[in-house]
Ligand binder design. Structure first.
Ligand SMILES: [Zn+2]
Length: 321
């Protein structure tokens, strides 16, 4: 196995020897390495942290949630990246937004989140309608929430290819960015609590809508505004490009990273200042936690609406066929 991993790593290095790599060349290698190495993992630690912050704010709005369900939700957001049982799904489904529907499936799996998000959403719906215990429902909800949270990361929606493997680190700097230590903790006013509650219905497509809205919001946050020819707060083309300037990647729906690195350090002219980077990160962080609260409110309303004795859940599901 070690030899195979070494050879795969050599192939990856060869495929990425140019300054602007063609993603297509690396795909089979990435897939093989993903299956060969059981430590295959992405940076997943942020998901449960953000989810726990959302739970605190959710409870601050007056809602109640058992500690075990909150823990299951947070675990679900992390398990989607790291649980051994998810290894196959993770290797064959990447978490990129299908920006114009051109990230099509390839021989070994899906380059966008489309199929896995639909699968996880369906599993959540079945759990909500069935007799699953509350921890199972919230764990499945965490798996769905993972993708909604991903949509606040610009590289996931650009989409700019990135991946972190033991022998091949192309991790995303936004994922590793940390908020300034003097950042205010996330909190909602009672008015904001009411507004969020008013927005959320029990419509089963709520999670799908939240994901699409989150992706569009991120794109608008990094896309050039109407100030043509001027640098605006929403012009982040030096960081994330779409379409990719590699023609083969562009034809397959990919964007790319620009010349600036989102790393809060002095850079070449044309890059943003550290303060501007911090402002974008703070905005996206707030959106991630707020979307997580929206899911919590949605789950609360779905559970409240669920019939307890009207008819058995099994019959309810059978009626869908
Ligand atoms: Zn992800």
């Amino acid at each position: 196995m070690q030899t195979s991993i070494f050879l795969t790593a050599r192939l990856l290095r060869k495929a990425h020897s140019r300054a602007r790599p063609n993603i297509l060349r690396a795909l089979p290698c990435v897939f093989l390495l993903g299956l060969l190495d059981t430590s295959f993992a992405y940076d997943a630690a942020r998901h449960p942290v953000y989810t726990n912050q959302a739970v605190i704010a959710f409870r601050g709005c007056g809602y109640t949630l058992p500690a075990s369900a909150a823990a299951a939700l947070a675990a679900g957001t992390q398990d989607e990246d790291t649980a051994p049982l998810n290894l196959y799904d993770r290797s064959t489904n990447w978490h990129f937004y299908n920006r114009e529907g051109r990230l099509r499936p390839w021989a070994f799996g899906n380059r966008s989140l489309d199929r896995i998000f639909a699968k996880r959403s369906q599993a959540l719906e079945i759990a909500l309608r069935g007799e699953s215990n509350i921890n199972d429902v919230y764990h499945r909800a965490g798996q769905v929430l993972h993708y909604i949270q991903d949509m606040s990361v610009p590289a996931h929606v650009a989409p700019a290819f990135h991946m972190k493997l033991p022998l091949w680190d192309r991790s995303d700097p936004f994922d590793n960015f940390t908020a300034p230590v003097d950042s205010a903790p996330f909190a909602l006013t009672s008015k904001q609590c009411s507004e969020l509650s008013d927005q959320i219905t029990t419509d089963p497509v709520t999670a799908t809508r939240l994901l699409a809205n989150a992706a569009k919001r991120t794109l608008s946050a990094i896309s050039p505004s109407v100030l043509e020819g001027q640098t605006s707060d929403t012009d982040w083309r030096a960081y994330w490009i779409y379409p990719s300037d590699n023609h083969a990647d562009a034809a397959n729906g990919w964007g790319a990273y620009g010349l600036c690195v989102f790393a809060r350090r002095p850079q070449r002219s044309g890059c943003k200042t550290p303060r501007q980077e911090e402002a974008l990160f703070a905005l996206q962080y707030q959106r991630t936690v707020t979307d997580s609260i929206r899911i919590l409110i949605y789950l609360d309303k779905r559970r409240a609406k669920r019939p307890t004795t009207a008819f058995p859940p099994q019959q309810s599901l059978a009626g869908q066929h």
